[in-house]
Write a protein that binds this ligand. Sequence first.
Ligand SMILES: *[C@@H]1O[C@H](CO)[C@@H](O)[C@H](O)[C@H]1NC(C)=O
Length: 248
Amino acid sequence: ARPDLQVLWATSFLARGDVEKARRAPVYIRIPFLEICSFPDFPSGVDLLMSAPSPRVIKTHLPFQLLPKSFLEKDCKIIYVARNAKDNLVSYYFFDRMNLVQPDPGPWDGYIKKFMEGTVAWGSCYDHVRRYWDERANHRILYLFYEDMKEDLAREVRRVMDFLEIDLPEDTVQKIIHHTSFQAMKDNPMSNYSTFPDAILDKKIGSFMRKGEVGDWKNYFTVAQREVFDADYLRKMEGTTLHFRDVL
Ligand SMILES: *[C@@H]1O[C@H](CO)[C@@H](O)[C@H](O)[C@H]1NC(C)=O
């Protein structure tokens, strides 16, 4: 029988490093995805959030200008994770292949073009990363980089704790660092999406947690594709102080 997702959610929400508590429900239930609509046997993000007690952790991919106004009016803390554009593109390509509710990515070369034009779900990556970067001056935004998390996860976990003003015993922090590594999350059925409905993510086509590497784009871009992409990237990112590592 299908577990009652609302009950799972209520008993496992905000585990604060309590591994057993976190294990009670998949991450997509514990941290509702704001803009996901409901599917058969699967509640929408809004459904889950309506009954959620404060404080809530909410996942969203929305660009800044589409965030609910209340997030800003209520001065919510925002943790933004950005990744360099070419790795982002490769990751999104494989994700779109297995995601049955987003447009088919089509051939690789055409997908690069779509990504550059911003005609992929959630729009232009360039505008997305730039806008949140600029809004740091106006709102409580912790801007994290995927590349930094791969380099030193412990450092980035501590930055999140500082930002959230959370103090935990050192052994709990060590547990959090252990369980949030890419490999631990890939092996963990509560975070690797193996329990997510196949009607949305087809696990025969791919894996939600794929490689988690920095610079994997080098295995997919040809020299010509890279040159076109980089020239366009420099134009689109002109004038910003936002700089990614390993991007060009
Ligand atoms: C998810 O985790 C389970 C349990 O460790 C494992 O059997 C499964 O292969 C993992 N799925 C993926 C896609 O890695």
